[in-house]
Ligand binder design. Structure first.
Ligand code: GLN
Length: 192
């Protein structure tokens, strides 16, 4: 059965996420307003962008509380960059807090000016040479109980999972390599 993935489409690279998910055989649709939540879906993607802007829009559009409840109840989530910040329990350099469903502390814009944007490759879960594109990315400063590290860069976690939440500091949607999406759909959404 095709999995149906909701992609939060308030800001950021939601169209590219949809392309990658479709390449991996999933159906997608966009969440832009509360009525969109009436549709059935098996997973949620929270794209990158500006976490303050997405957080503000989520609240203004009354999407915040229903999505937080779904995530708390075990909805599979793939969150990238600003998405990671939105899930984090604590943001070290921001007074704001958002969903707080993921037991990590993050730091916004942590990869300094010169390294503001860069691409690297690394291991993700059991896959080698996975390309990772960082754009003013947050760092994961610490991870609490229940959190598994999926990838690292310079000794710091760059992707983690906790239950069915998967959060990446980088952007997999900008690259041709779709293995992270396939892994998410197979291992997390379908639980294979
Ligand atoms: N710098 C952004 C923030 O703090 C995240 C960047 C991104 O999503 N590419 O929200």
């Amino acid at each position: 059965m095709k999995k149906r993935v909701a992609v939060l489409a308030l800001q950021g690279d939601f169209a590219e996420h949809e392309d990658s998910l479709r390449k991996c055989g999933a159906e997608t649709f966009q969440i832009r307003q509360k009525a969109d939540l009436e549709q059935q879906f098996d997973a949620l993607v929270i794209p990158g962008g500006e976490s303050t802007v997405i957080g503000k829009l989520l609240r203004e559009l009354d999407l915040f509380a229903p999505l937080q409840e779904k995530i708390r109840n075990g909805l599979p989530v793939l969150a990238t960059c600003a998405g990671l910040i939105l899930l984090a329990d604590k943001i070290e350099n921001d007074s704001k807090e958002h969903f707080r469903t993921l037991n990590v502390t993050v730091k916004r814009n942590a990869y300094g000016r010169q390294l503001g944007s860069f691409c690297t490759t690394g291991k993700f879960a059991d896959m080698e040479n996975v390309p990772m594109s960082f754009i003013r990315a947050p760092s994961i400063e610490s991870a609490g109980t229940g959190v598994t590290v999926l990838s690292e860069f310079n000794g710091k976690a760059t992707a983690v999972m906790q239950g069915k939440q998967v959060a990446l500091a980088y952007h997999p949607e900008l690259l041709e390599d779709c293995r992270i999406y396939q892994w998410f759909l197979d291992c997390i959404v379908s639980g294979k």
